[in-house]
Design a binder for this molecule. Structure first.
Ligand SMILES: Nc1ncnc2c1ncn2[C@@H]1O[C@H](COP(=O)(O)OP(=O)(O)OP(=O)(O)O)[C@@H](O)[C@H]1O
Ligand SMILES: [Mg+2]
Length: 333
């Protein structure tokens, strides 16, 4: 059923991720999610290919001499043809080297959201926090997504990804605590007190870094490492398997860098007095999913004194939807 047919004017949460785009909707007191891979690939145009794709209901567009296959179907086709799917985004923002990027994101968002049921319907959408790999690009990225939403009739409001995690996970602590999303292009962090961000930043090492580095040292394609990582990789020490060990090395490097950045940023900031009480730290995002991730994170965190008292360190129960859920909750507040 189309959005307009449901006449559903409720606010929406939208996570525009480097790897996945997720829409969150509230329905009957629960959240519903819709996800598309933020990826595409091109096939040479032929009438036959086009009609077969249409018959199979594959999301695609004809563009000059190419057929552009988009979203989840691009992932499936990349597997079949052993090619890397192209990515509209890199490091949490629109990829400046991908001329088709914005158009692909727009078609995916249009497919997932449809036109606004009422002009000005609210959408909160995730954006990265400032950090060394994205500074300067965030403004352009956020404005491009806002414009795209406006063209569909929505009023878009950006929300930093770490703050979205706080909204989605920390109702129990009055929206105070540290929300972290370990995604594909970036790890995003926000320390908030009573829903107000105190410190937020992003660091450039996340899932793509792990895949690319592990691929380089094993001589495999990044895509293969990614598939291995997503199918049951555990962060539980070294084994006889080269790929497993390479993933372990770069997972450990990513966690070490994240904890170092957390320590430095928290130590340098002037904490509001309320933060003398202990607060939760919640990890989310696909990169936080492997068994052993949170245990290793805790070990590194506990190895030295940490400038903030933490009541718990846990992984979200639904790490791939945490940002969209938080954006939805912020939109509904
Ligand atoms: N089960 C899993 N185990 C390990 N890694 C996973 C798993 N599922 C997904 N990932 C990894 O998580 C990353 C995607 O996570 P997520 O969807 O949170 O990122 P994103 O929001 O698209 O990116 P970003 O927030 O950086 O823009 C990818 O690197 C992917 O390989
Ligand atoms: Mg994300």
């Amino acid at each position: 059923m189309k959005n307009a047919e449901r006449n559903d004017t409720q606010p929406l949460g939208l996570d525009v991720g480097t790897s996945r785009i997720v829409v969150a909707r509230a329905r009957d007191g629960k959240q519903e999610y819709d996800t598309q891979l933020n990826a595409f690939l091109t096939l040479p145009y032929s009438k036959l290919a086009e009609s077969l794709l249409e018959r199979e209901n594959v999301l695609h567009q004809t563009q000059g001499a190419d057929i552009v296959v988009e979203g989840n179907d691009a992932g499936k086709f990349a597997e079949i043809f052993h090619v890397e799917a192209r990515r509209p985004m890199r490091n949490g923002v629109l990829n400046p080297e991908e001329p088709l990027g914005l158009a692909v994101v727009k078609r995916l968002v249009t497919k997932m959201l449809g036109r606004a049921a009422a002009e000005g319907q609210k959408v909160y959408y995730s954006v990265p926090a400032a950090g060394q790999s994205v500074d300067g690009a965030i403004q352009h990225h956020a404005a491009s997504i806002r414009q795209m939403l406006a063209e569909l009739g929505y009023e878009g409001t950006p929300i930093e990804e770490g703050l979205a995690v706080v909204y989605g996970e920390m109702a129990g602590s009055n929206f105070s605590g540290v929300g972290i999303s370990c995604g594909s292009g970036l790890s995003n962090v926000c320390l908030a007190m009573l829903s107000v961000p105190v410190i937020s930043f992003s660091v450039p090492k996340a899932g793509d870094f792990i895949d690319a580095q592990a691929a380089q040292v094993t001589g495999e394609r990044a895509h293969r490492l990614r598939v291995l990582k997503e199918s049951g990789f555990q962060l539980n020490g070294f084994t006889a398997d080269r790929a497993h060990n390479a993933l372990t090395v770069y997972y450990q490097e990513m966690i070490a860098g994240l904890v170092r950045a957390l320590r430095e940023r928290m130590a340098a900031a002037r904490m509001p007095p309320r933060l003398e009480q202990s607060v939760p730290l919640v990890l989310s995002g696909g990169t936080a999913m492997p068994t052993g991730f949170v245990e290793h994170f805790r070990k590194v965190l506990e190895a030295e004194e940490f400038p903030l008292r933490l009541s718990e360190v846990r992984v979200s129960e639904d790490p791939l939807h945490a940002t969209a859920r938080g954006a939805l909750m912020a939109a509904m507040c």
